[in-house]
Design a protein around this ligand. Structure first.
Ligand code: 6PG
Length: 235
C-alpha cells in the first residue's frame, strides 16, 4: 500500500513517520530495526529527529547502502549518520557496512549473516529510509544494471561503481527483498529535477532494471512517499 504525502517540510513529515514506526515497533516487539540511507535528504531528517521523542536505546540501526570508503570519509553514509543521530544510539546496536573492506563480496556475506541473525527469518525491517536517485535508483540499485532487477535472496550485494551517478565508487547495498518485506518504507523526494523520475517510479511502465525504484510497487508493508510540491508535480 503506498501513499504520497505532498508536504512543505519533508524532513518534518518523515520524522513523524520515523517516530510512529519506531515507537510502534518498540511497543509491539521491544525493539525497532531501522535501515538508514545516505543522500542529500538524510541530513535534514537527522537534524529534525533531534526534536522528536524517538526511543533511541531500543533501536537497532543498519544501513541501506554504503560507498567503498572508510567510515571517516566525507562520502561515507555511516559518517553522515554519525554526524546526525548515531550518538543517540547504543554503540552495540549500530551495524555498519564496512565500505573500507578489501573484499566487498566477503563483507556483503558478513553483513547478510548479521542481518539474518538480528532480524530473524524472514528478515523484516520495521523502517527503511530511502532517497530517489536521478537515474531512478533506490538503495544502490542503479538503472541499467542487470542485477538491479533481481529480488536478492542474498540480502546484501556488492555493486560495481556506477557509470552515471556520483560518487563513482563501488557500493554495498541491501537487496530489493528487504524493501519488499519491510513493515514501513519512507522515500523522501525533493525538487523539480526528481519529478519525472518519481512519476516513472510510481506510474511508468514496469521495468525494474530501467527504473529500480519501481521495486517499491512490490512492497508488502506501508510505503510513504514524502515529496515536496515540485517533486510531486508529475503525479
Ligand atoms: C547513496 C544514497 C542514495 C540516495 C540517492 C538520492 O549512498 O548515494 O543512499 O541511494 O538515497 O542518491 O537521495 P537524495 O535525493 O536524498 O540525494
Amino acid at each position: 500500500m503506498s501513499e504520497v504525502a505532498v508536504v512543505g517540510n519533508i524532513a518534518k513529515a518523515a520524522a513523524e513517520i520515523f517516530l510512529e514506526a519506531t515507537a510502534g515497533a518498540v511497543a509491539a516487539r521491544g525493539t525497532a530495526n531501522v535501515a538508514l540511507t545516505g543522500g542529500s535528504t538524510a541530513a535534514p531528517l537527522y537534524a529534525e529527529l533531534q526534536n522528536w521523542a524517538v526511543p533511541w536505546p531500543a533501536l537497532q540501526i543498519f544501513f541501506t547502502d554504503e560507498r567503498a570508503v572508510p567510515p571517516d570519509d566525507p562520502l561515507s553514509n555511516y559518517r553522515l549518520a554519525d554526524d546526525g543521530i548515531l550518538p543517540n544510539l547504543r554503540p552495540d546496536r549500530i551495524h555498519r557496512l564496512y565500505g573500507e573492506a578489501k573484499d566487498l563480496d566477503a563483507e556483503a556475506a558478513r553483513a547478510a549473516a548479521d542481518l539474518r541473525s538480528t532480524l530473524g527469518t524472514p528478515p523484516r525491517f520495521d523502517l527503511v529510509l530511502l532517497g530517489l536517485g536521478p537515474d531512478g535508483h533506490i538503495l544502490s540499485l542503479f538503472a541499467g544494471v542487470p542485477s538491479s532487477g533481481l529480488r536478492g535472496e542474498e540480502l546484501v550485494r556488492h555493486v560495481a561503481a556506477p557509470l552515471q551517478v556520483e560518487p563513482k565508487v563501488a557500493r554495498l547495498t541491501l537487496t530489493p527483498m528487504l524493501v519488499m518485506t519491510a513493515r514501513t518504507v519512507v522515500l523522501q523526494v525533493a525538487g523539480a529535477a526528481k519529478a519525472p523520475v518519481l512519476a516513472r517510479a510510481l506510474k511508468g511502465p514496469e521495468d525494474l532494471v530501467a527504473c529500480p525504484a519501481q521495486w517499491l510497487r512490490r512492497a508488502s508493508g506501508r510505503v510513504v512517499i514524502v515529496a515536496d510540491a515540485a517533486a510531486a508535480a508529475g503525479l
